[in-house]
Write a protein of this length. Sequence first.
Length: 234
Amino acid sequence: MLCGDILRSVSGKLQDEDDKARRWPWESSSGEHSLMDSLNAAVREIVTQRPDATAQIEPMRLESGMMQRIPRTGIHMTSRNAVSLINVIQNLEPDGRTPGRPIFRVELDALRTSAAWGKAGGRVENWSYDPLDDRETFWVYPGVEAGKDVWIEAVYSAEPQRAESPSDEFPLPDAFANAACLWVLFDVLAGDHAESNFAKAQAFLQAFAQSLGVKLQTDLAFPIRQGGVNDAQA
């Protein structure tokens, strides 16, 4: 699906279909806000509410210690930078490809109260992540020993690619096109101009949230954390 397909739907709902005299232009040549700007904002909001929209499953090379940063291309050898971490599946052998032992998620408090806090090794047993505390950081147990090449298989939400023109492909799966359309309509009608309409804007915002199957409260946008520590030996 092209971005222009979504913008055509938006313009139709706004009764703004004259491509030679649009009140809300698709693109801007003089720096003013355009519908392409709103569409890119919609993509970012969708990824915030639904991290799976840009989910990637890839090998990730860890840094030294227990505290880790979410994937970055130049540091962890992933193909894209991450917005947030979704899951950690398993250890990988030093070649970064061969599957190893599974890794289990626990609460950070369970790691902190463990007698082995600060322990370092060459294979990860547990991981902990709370994006409400720090979206950029997660923890592994045992920590990675300095100088060791430790790889895991991680699932992360990748930073969405920016669409530059209506002829570009929509940067998310087509299943999110309707949500993007609803967000753009909200963004337009919530603007500071003569045709802004707060009531309609809020209706589109609510429809956007419903289309994603989420509530707007941030604390409900993430999976329930689980406790317990895997005490298997490294």
